[in-house]
Design a protein around this ligand. Structure first.
Ligand code: THU
Length: 134
């Protein structure tokens, strides 16, 4: 399977486990680490809404917990053509913390149809990162 299709498949699969009883907006995310390994996470909401977790944050946590610290791509599955699950501002910053140069973000719908594919840098221009502003 093509690399991005594989990442989208992982995000689709984990989306099935999303806990989104408040928004009913299920999201799955999968990051690919520099060594090719894949880590997935889903959104986990909370009755006290600010305590909810985005799918991207969960996937990043899984990657870091596994000892990887560099990601080359992320796939997010959620929403539809009219409202793709673009990473929120906070998650763009979280992704940037661990992103390899040229890291790519793909967003797909629940059927796996690609809605958007763009460099992370385009979603977070002039970002502040671990090495300072780039
Ligand atoms: N959400 C994500 O998990 N990732 C995104 O990229 C967009 C939004 C979640 C947060 C919340 O649980 C729900 O989607 C609705 O905002």
């Amino acid at each position: 399977m093509e690399a991005m299709a594989e990442l989208i498949a992982a995000a689709r699969a984990v989306r099935e486990n999303a806990y989104a009883p408040y928004s009913h907006y299920a999201v799955g995310a999968a990051v690919r680490a520099e060594d090719g390994s894949i880590y997935a996470g889903c959104n986990v909401e909370n009755a006290a809404s600010p305590e909810g977790l985005c799918a991207e944050a969960a996937a990043i946590a899984a990657m870091v917990a596994a000892g990887r610290r560099r990601l080359t791509a992320v796939a997010v599955v959620g929403g539809d053509v009219a409202r793709p699950a673009m990473p929120c501002g906070g998650c763009r910053q979280r992704l940037h913390e661990f992103a390899a140069p040229g890291a790519v973000v793909a967003v797909a719908d629940a059927a796996g149809r690609l809605l958007c594919e763009t460099p992370l840098a385009a979603l977070l221009p002039e970002a502040f990162g671990p090495g300072g502003r780039i």
